[in-house]
Ligand binder design. Sequence first.
Ligand SMILES: [Ca+2]
Ligand SMILES: [Ca+2]
Length: 382
Amino acid sequence: MQILALPLLAALLLCPAPILAGDRPAQEMMTFIVPVSGFEERLSSLENRQAELYHTLEQKKEAGLAERLTERLTISGLLEVEASGGTLEYADGSSAAASDLTLATAQLGLGMTLNDAVGGNLIFLYEEGGDLEVDEAAIDLEQGAFFARVGRHYLPFGAYHSHFISDPLTLALGETRATALQLGYQPDLVTLSAFAFNGAADQAGSEDHLSDWGVSLTVTPLAGLELGSSYLSDLADSNAALLAAPYTRRVAGWSAFLHLAHGPLFFEAEYLAAVQAFAAGDLDGDGDDSGDRPQAWNLECAFRPSENVELALRYEGSDEFAGQPQQQYGASVSWSPWQHTTLALEYLRGEFDQAFAGDLASSSASPADSRNLITAQLAYEF
Ligand SMILES: [Ca+2]
Ligand SMILES: [Ca+2]
């Protein structure tokens, strides 16, 4: 942990951030204020991934938060208000700055328990700029070490453990919500899942069938240590919606992660990637006539000096993932001054591969070179 933390800390100290120092408060800036809203999704899927470990202060508290309305019904909610600001520097030396205040999350969840074997959940989610939607609606069945989940939910592809407000790049590439049937087996120390669904992305000319699937394996060999790997048969079905049209070559994705917790110290590592390149006609963000193979990785370490404070460092990156930084690093601090309430502040600096900067270009079409983002969040859960 310290071996990783020291160079990260040094890198942060050596890169003072010219926050909000941009010379052009342009509208184009707004496009790179990243929506940071994946946390509640991870929360809501946490129990259903059969995770026994909580990876952030918020998750730890969330676990016991749901209020019992009736014998069979519980209710929970999450509000997140975020203030963000940042600067974007382009390859030609110009820059832009922007800031915003948004209702990032308003979520209401209902949990149903019929008996020991049957339950379910229904989660409504509103994120400013979007519509109110059913985020998850699924029925859970359990029999001994076997379980099943059917309905709309987040598939166990990737783990995305994070101590930051902003989603890691691994989540941006791999998180997948679908209406799926998931079957699982969870004896001691191991969780094995397989799932099937009909994803939105299809091969050109193919019929529309329930032909997408995946598998996930998580192992907890020791207290505080969790390892896992997962596979998705069609990476184009992830929420990243990498492809705009039906494709010629179906490309699978795979992921591996490690989670370590030891006393007040935490370490997360994850890698998620396409198993091969997409066809050049399907995905070629840099226009070099060679298909792209998107990849992302994330490393985080965190320290809890006291029960209600957490400090974290992140170093992450991506390759051939259009619109996302090639590397990004930063620090975060979160504090819970009152029960159920968390204040968090984070800084992230991203550096782009100009060929893959994607939509992050200036009005004169100069690609993004680097980005500084500060985000503050007030979250309230019940
Ligand atoms: Ca598909
Ligand atoms: Ca390419």
